[in-house]
Design a protein around this ligand. Structure first.
Ligand code: WTA
Length: 649
């Protein structure tokens, strides 16, 4: 079958930062031949070092790698101060509220806000270098000020996505032993107010001994509970603070932030990122993958509660001196043309979103893009899950007008920034394919023993050399860090970083990501562990056993499908579903609700008691069972479950 290849628009390519595959290979070969020299060149060029580093890469305590040891820098200087000389009046942030109110925040205004907030944290709340600050915030500019204020004084932020429940927030606050929570009364979504502060109240009522104060930003002005001596109003306090707060010189390896993400056990992992390596790659990928330039207006639709929001709403665009768009609402409100209207109104040049949103906007508003002028767009991006060819094609034709490159960026919370992605001015694109490792990233699809997986077959997506923006450790759990990422695949006898994803290389060397090989789901671009959902379901008294798997879904990518064994017969699947979902909502949040629940007499287990999720996954998908079931404790359970699943309406 002949494949269609989409070449970069020559007009665009001619001025692109990486303008051809020759230029790509020149860079990548340089990295292969002199890995440390390659990174040194960019670190020296891109980072405003306050004190020089003495080692480029320290591998002496692998896999706890260190980059640019003993160098000193500050990320808020990197994102703000150093731009002030020539960008003071350029927009740093364009904020659009749910109701369409727009605020432009220049670099000099951003500087004032961040300095004031840094002073407030430092002077009023005694936040110091190394302290953890939890942010439970809506998509408003103050969330960005808070992130940068933390980085200015050396505090470590940990953002908890606003869709997580009070219990999930509490667990994350407690694991990080945070000193303060920054939140808002709430915000607006689809024309209506929603609340956040009450979730913080609930979290703090059930624990969180380490929390000394809650700083509350006003957004929707709804009534909230107020605990005297604990709760403080940002809006009342902030104006008393000075607009000058000297930035703290931070070591390259000082943690910049923690971000909790799902793994294969019930407990989320506090992914710890570094200062220098992270910011370096955030800026480099911004420049290479989005080809960001002066006067560009970049819009990433993610929430700041996820890594995509960290790197490509805040740290990447601002370190690269760009203008970043922050949107409070949802792109389908008031209609499915909202996103395209925003592209027109703000002259957006790069648009970055998740395949789930592309599928949704395609389905509910196929003709909407026609109503708007999208001619400012140059690069379109996708992230978070594999994109399917029909969605890719609509994105390319209806939004990009067959003129913009689509960068299908593959990466993870743990990688800090993109690792495998087309370059918009260089890479001939095969639709729905992440293509090649970026220059400086040495990635291989391999078998567990390090041998290359044959062309066209599925293998493990590994990164075989440490890179600057990689995860440094799991907060409080270095052993889990080693086990989670450096246990599965070895090359030349040495463990290498395993992403948890499967991938395939084709005859031309193109890499296609085939999805997780572990029990992590991707629901509407949100990463959720099945073990987390199962451990929430354990709180439902009528349930004896649960097994959660992912099932492909037209819009969401995957949906949550639960097999339930009851302690006693009698409840209907709908009743059980309602009970389970109310517990999941409390324990995790609405993002992890089960879409389908089936009651089964038992689940397939091996003789040692391990649940065979692969079989359950195949049944949920309606696939024929090809796995060997003879090793099961009770092979007859497989056709029984198949019958139950298939007989539902
Ligand atoms: C998946 C999001 C296919 C993958 C940045 C990965 C992708 C997980 C892609 C990380 C892509 C991300 N194609 N799959 N372009 N990008 N993924 O930590 O399974 O929220 O491991 O980071 O999303 O999700 P996370």
């Amino acid at each position: 079958m002949s494949e269609q290849i989409f070449y970069p628009n020559p007009e665009f390519a001619k001025d692109a930062r990486i303008p051809s595959m020759e230029a790509y290979w020149e860079l990548q070969n340089r990295a292969i031949e002199d890995y440390e020299g390659f990174w040194k060149g960019f670190a020296d060029d891109k980072i405003d070092w306050l004190e020089p580093y003495d080692t480029i890469l320290d591998e002496s305590n692998a896999p706890f790698y260190k980059w640019f040891s003993n160098g000193k820098l500050n990320v808020s200087n990197q994102c703000i101060d150093r731009h002030l000389a020539d960008k003071a009046d350029q927009n740093a942030i364009i904020f659009e509220g749910d109701n369409g109110d727009v605020k432009h925040i220049t670099y000099s205004q951003l500087s004032e806000h961040v300095n004031k907030m840094a002073n407030l944290l430092k002077n009023k709340f005694g936040v110091k270098k190394g302290d953890r600050v939890v942010l439970y915030m809506p998509m408003i500019p103050e969330a960005t000020y808070a992130m940068l204020a933390c980085s200015r004084i050396g505090a470590i932020h940990s953002i908890v996505f606003g869709g997580f429940s009070a219990d999930a927030l509490r667990d994350r606050i407690e694991d990080a032993e945070a000193k303060i929570v920054i939140t808002a009364d709430g915000a607006f979504r689809k024309g209506k107010p929603y609340m956040l502060k009450n979730v913080v109240d609930d979290a703090l009522e059930s624990g969180c001994e380490s929390i000394e104060a809650v700083l509350v930003v006003k957004r929707n002005h709804e009534e909230i509970k107020w605990v005297e001596g604990r709760d403080y109003s940002y809006n009342e306090l902030i104006d008393a603070e000075s607009t000058e707060c000297p930035f703290e010189p931070m070591d390259s390896e000082d943690p910049l932030f923690l971000l909790y993400t799902s793994g294969s056990t019930g407990k989320p992992k506090g992914v710890q990122h570094s200062t220098a390596g992270y910011i370096l790659w955030a800026q480099m990928t911004m420049e290479w993958v989005f080809d960001l330039r002066k006067d560009d207006v970049f819009w990433c639709t993610a929430d700041i509660g996820w890594i995509t929001g960290h790197t490509y709403i805040v740290y990447g665009p601002l370190s690269a001196g760009g203008t970043t768009v922050m949107f409070e609402g949802v792109p389908t409100y008031p209609d499915a043309g909202r996103a395209w209207k925003m592209v027109q109104e703000h002259n957006i040049t790069q648009f970055y979103t998740a395949p789930t949103l592309i599928r949704l906007l395609h389905k509910v508003g196929e003709d909407e893009p026609e109503k708007y002028d999208l001619s400012t767009l140059r690069v379109l991006g996708t992230v978070g899950e594999p994109i399917d060819p029909p969605a890719w094609k609509w994105y390319y034709e209806a939004i990009g007008k067959s003129r913009c490159s689509i960068v299908d960026t593959y990466w993870q919370t743990e990688t800090g920034g993109h690792v495998i992605s087309p370059l918009p001015g260089a890479t001939p694109i095969k639709p729905a394919c992440a293509t090649f490792a970026l220059p400086g990233i040495i990635a291989e699809v391999m078998e567990e023993d390090g041998t290359p997986t044959p062309v066209g077959e599925k293998g493990f997506m590994c990164i075989t050399r440490p890179w600057p923006s990689m995860i440094r450790t799991i907060w409080n759990d270095p052993e889990r860090f080693k086990k989670s990422y450096f246990g599965d695949c070895k090359k030349d006898g040495e463990p290498v970083y395993f992403t948890g994803d499967g991938a395939m290389v084709d005859k031309d060397g193109y890499i296609t990501i085939t999805g997780r090989t572990d029990d992590v789901l991707n629901v509407s671009g949100h990463r959720i562990g099945t073990a987390e959902i199962e451990s929430a379901i354990k709180h439902v008294s009528s349930v004896a056993v649960s097994a959660v798997v992912g099932k492909p879904h037209e819009i969401k990518g995957e949906e949550v499908f639960a097999y339930i064994v009851l302690k006693e017969e009698g409840l209907s699947a709908d009743e059980v579903k309602a009970e389970i979902n109310s517990v999941i909502k409390k324990e995790i949040g609405a993002i992890a609700l089960c879409d389908e629940v089936v009651i089964v007499p038992d689940v397939p287990k091996t003789r040692s008691g391990k649940i065979m999720r692969r079989i359950l996954r195949s049944i949920a998908k309606g696939e024929e069972i090809t796995q060997d079931t003879s090793t099961l404790e009770d092979p007859s359970i497989v056709p029984t479950i198949e019958k139950i699943v298939n007989s539902r309406g």
